[in-house]
Design a protein around this ligand. Structure first.
Ligand code: DON
Length: 303
């Protein structure tokens, strides 16, 4: 299969007719990005990496960080986390408050903001510094020691993240956050503000398609854990669009409002796509279109 030719075609098709959508502007700084950039990288389990378009430009990974904090927490804490977070799709926007009261402070899944705050809280308790642990993990797995937080984006989200603050205090009222809210929020905003490229992300996510095996051959997670993590990604990784993603793409995926999407083809490769314009549920419109084409042309869907 000529993977380089396939992704070159997909980039050219995207550039001829870029999908519509609006760049996220609720976090100041995200809206200043050139909205028509588009990149794709495919990291094969066999070791080769293919890339096309703006695949080496850094962007704000935002909620894609949630898959890595969850993986680290599962690695360090086993099944302990699942007493505090469910594993069901929410059917509501990623920052919704409504379900949390109805369900007594237990977030529907670890990828909506409330669930990710609980994961960050747990990782903070275990490591003492979740942000440094996450950054070290991403640098090691992507073999890129320069990965870091975009401090301006982190500060902008700290200044405007009132919904996340509400979720965090609400979780605390149900005793489902252990650490002080400002500390959890700071760690969460900083993890979301990490800047990476498609090439970095596809490489760093390799353990998800290699049955849990990290870049150095050592296990990040067991095969059983990674199978389960991919199941939660498929059902919950793209929020209230998870059904449509399964229908159109058919892969475990995690999106972020910076316009990135990480997709896993278990046993074969990890894919990262990036295009800043978002659809209604906060997922990259160019990204989902590209993944739909790629899975249709390669047969890489899990179905
Ligand atoms: O907490 C927020 O709202 C952002 N830092 C992350 C949201 C996000 O990326 C949702 N993904 N599509």
């Amino acid at each position: 299969m000529n993977i380089q030719g396939l992704i070159d075609d997909i980039v050219a098709e995207n550039n001829m007719a870029p999908p519509a959508g609006a760049v996220a502007d609720y976090i100041p700084g995200l809206e200043t990005i050139d909205p028509d950039q588009f990149g794709i990288a495919v990291a094969m389990n066999s070791g080769e990496t293919y890339s096309a378009g703006h695949s080496s430009i850094n962007f704000s990974i935002q909620s894609i960080s949630k898959v890595f904090t969850l993986a680290l927490t599962m690695a360090l804490d086993g099944d302990g986390l699942w007493r505090r977070v469910s594993r069901e799709p929410s059917g509501t926007p990623f920052n919704s408050l409504v379900q949390l009261e109805q369900e007594h402070g237990i977030p529907r899944n670890p990828f909506i903001n409330s669930g990710a705050l609980v994961v960050t809280d747990r990782l903070l308790t275990i490591t003492g510094d979740s942000q440094t642990s996450l950054q070290a993990f991403l640098r090691q797995q992507s073999a890129n020691p320069s990965i870091q937080v975009n401090e301006a984006i982190a500060a902008a989200e700290r200044a405007t993240g009132h919904r996340n603050a509400s979720l965090a205090y609400f979780l605390t009222s149900y005793n489902n956050l252990v650490n002080p809210v400002p500390q959890v929020l700071n760690a969460y905003f900083r993890q979301c503000a990490i800047a990476m490229s498609c090439e970095d992300l596809a490489t760093a996510g390799g353990f998800l398609s290699r049955g849990g095996q990290g870049v150095d051959g050592l296990p990040v997670l067991t095969a059983d854990q990674v199978r389960r993590l991919n199941a939660v990604l498929l059902t919950c990784g793209t929020y209230d669009a998870a059904g449509d993603f399964a229908y159109r793409v058919g892969l475990p995926c995690k999106s972020g409002v910076g316009g990135g999407i990480l997709a896993v083809v278990p046993g074969t490769c990890t894919i990262a796509v990036w295009g800043p314009r978002l659809g209604r549920s906060g997922n990259s419109s160019a990204g989902v279109a590209a993944l739909a084409k790629l899975t249709a042309r390669t047969g890489w869907s899990i179905f």
